[in-house]
Design a protein around this ligand. Structure first.
Ligand SMILES: C[S@@+](CC[C@H](N)C(=O)[O-])C[C@H]1O[C@@H](n2cnc3c(N)ncnc32)[C@H](O)[C@@H]1O
Length: 241
């Protein structure tokens, strides 16, 4: 089984539980809002969210881009996408769309690794903002994915990542073993994290993803929250260097 297919089935099975954690856990709303302050999408923007899950970011994204903007969520897992679609229907958001696809090969026409199926017809230059929250830590090649997202956002576009990883603050270090146990318990079965330390793999992937964001963006602003366990970075893509 590929690294991509494992999280697909895993998140489909746990979609209901995940939705409650991702949307209702105390402090999570504040964190999502703080991340979007950093990313600062504007009214009318076209925003693509990679690995959108159940659409927990959609209310904030829809609020920032307004009715004249567009939000597109991409995810591999049909189970979480069903919940994302239900959220869109419930809120009657006509400008929020959900596409099933591999975020590492963005399913848009004209993109560098475009695939035609499920395409919304968006290409490089037509997307203003690309974001991924709690996703790069699951990808086998986070750096490659972030570079592809930078190309999709195009020169002057905004790119942002928000992730969980082990903390480096004094208090955070005390809590790291409990965090690592949680990461291990919530890792998709059969993934590399089961044989290597799941938290170590998460740390490495998150670091690689955020480094890649620094490579493709100018003016990167980073923030840590929740005693250093949450890492957020956002910047403006520069294709010419
Ligand atoms: C931890 S959840 C985060 C969901 C959402 N971004 C949030 O903030 O609540 C990770 C999501 O990434 C999705 N995912 C993992 N690898 C993916 C890939 N290669 N392409 C698309 N989605 C992927 C999973 O299906 C899952 O819904």
């Amino acid at each position: 089984m590929s690294d991509q297919s494992i999280p697909g089935a895993f998140y489909t099975r746990w979609a209901g539980v995940y939705d409650r954690i991702a949307s209702d856990l105390p402090g999570v709303a504040r964190m999502r809002s703080a991340f979007l302050d950093l990313l600062s999408p504007s009214r009318g923007d076209v925003v693509v969210e990679m690995g959108c899950g159940t659409g927990a970011n959609f209310p904030w994204l829809r609020d920032r881009v307004g009715p004249e903007g567009t939000v597109v969520g991409v995810d591999l897992s049909e189970g979480v996408l069903e919940r994302a679609r239900a959220r869109v229907r419930r809120n009657r958001w006509e400008n929020v769309h959900v596409v099933r696809g591999d975020a590492t090969r963005p399913p848009f026409v004209g993109g560098p690794t475009a695939v035609p199926s499920g395409s919304l017809g968006l290409g490089a230059g037509e997307v203003d903002v690309v974001l991924a929250t709690f996703v790069v830590g699951m990808l086998p090649d986070p750096g490659g994915a972030v570079q592809a997202w930078g190309q999709l956002a195009g020169d002057g576009g905004r790119l942002g990542l928000c992730n969980l990883a082990r903390s480096t603050t004094p208090l955070g270090r005390v809590c790291n073993p409990a965090f690592a146990a949680l990461v291990r318990a919530s890792s998709p079965p059969g993934g590399k994290g089961r044989t290597r330390g799941a938290a170590q793999l998460l740390d490495e992937r998150v670091l690689e993803g955020h480094r890649a964001l620094h490579d493709v963006c100018d003016g990167v602003v980073s923030r840590r929250a929740f005693e250093g366990f949450v890492r957020m970075s956002a910047g403006t893509v520069r294709t010419e260097r």
